[in-house]
Ligand binder design. Structure first.
Ligand code: FAD
Length: 257
């Protein structure tokens, strides 16, 4: 019965952000490292009062200093900047040095309209059906995305930037992976306590086939507003320990209902 649930609970991540151009701060964005960021969790998960907001969850809000790509940032110009020629070069030089972003990496909860299945049309070179992703941001994502975007903009204004704006991916239909979209996907083989709604038990062991363990972000039933990899490492170690300490000594289901 558990295997009927394969493909269920595919989740993504709801990215929202505020951006700002300072007047003369000269932030030297080329001085950075890949994961250099500061994050507040005040508006993530259950950390704040959701009364009247109409959604659950939220986002970790980060100020990032993780890239200074000269070409990648060429499109980021203060409003009203010339679009070509000498004026564009001057605006880009100044904008590059004075641009900063605050981003919310938001929760994404399972929804019946978000799932994985086998594509009825497209096949790989071995004739096997390709994996098909059916996904769009749901109403909860859209509401939380707008809320987090507005928080990012509020913080940006408080920081005294000359120009402030904001946006959220949840404001538009999902159009597939783009460089600015999140790369954090979860679900499809989720673990849980009930074989009617999950594929695997909490040891990432298939409910029906005890010698099958599927590890990784595919077993997460949702995105909790954090990056997945550390939790992937932790749950993998948890499963490895269960296999060596429990399963190998007594092969069979590790959770009996
Ligand atoms: C550009 C980018 C940036 C990211 N940045 C971050 C970050 O900063 N922090 C963070 O926490 N997460 C980040 N992530 C997300 C993170 O990489 C994933 O959440 C994580 O790798 C998921 O681990 P996994 O084991 O579930 O899947 P994967 O790491 O995708 O592992 C699946 C493995 O299965 C292999 N495989 C697939 N099909 C088969 C097959 N048929 N037979 C055998 N092997 C197969 C693949 O080759 C792959 O090695 C980022 C992802 C991307 C793409």
């Amino acid at each position: 019965m558990g295997n009927c649930k394969v493909g269920r609970a595919f989740t993504f991540q709801t990215l929202s952000w505020g951006f700002m151009f300072f007047e003369n701060e000269y932030l030297n964005p080329f001085m950075n490292t890949g994961a250099l960021a500061t994050q507040i969790d005040d508006f993530n998960g259950d950390n704040f009062d959701h009364t009247g907001l109409g959604f659950i969850g939220g986002a970790g809000i980060q100020s990032l200093s993780n890239q200074g790509l000269p070409i990648g940032m060429a499109g980021l110009l203060p409003q009203g900047s010339p679009q070509w020629g000498k004026g564009w070069k001057q605006a880009f030089q100044k904008g590059y040095q004075n641009y900063a972003q605050i981003q919310g990496q938001g929760t994404s909860f399972a929804h019946r309209e978000q799932f994985l299945d086998l594509d009825p049309t497209y096949r790989d070179r071995f004739g096997q059906p390709l994996l098909r992703i059916t996904f769009d941001y749901n109403e909860n994502d859209r509401r939380s995305g707008r809320f987090i975007r507005d928080k990012c903009v509020e913080i940006a204004r408080e920081m005294g930037a000359a120009q402030v704006g904001g946006d959220s991916f949840a404001e538009r239909p999902y159009s597939g992976y783009t460089p600015w979209d999140s790369s954090h996907v979860q679900g499809g083989v989720v673990m849980g306590e009930d074989p009617r709604t999950s594929v695997q038990n909490r040891f990432q062991q298939n409910w029906d086939v005890p010698n099958l363990f599927v590890i990784g972000a595919s077993s997460f039933p949702n995105n909790a507003g954090y990056n997945p990899t550390v939790a992937v490492g932790a749950t993998t170690l948890w499963t490895a320990k269960a296999i060596t300490d429990l399963y190998l000594k007594n092969p069979g289901p590790l959770v009996r209902l």
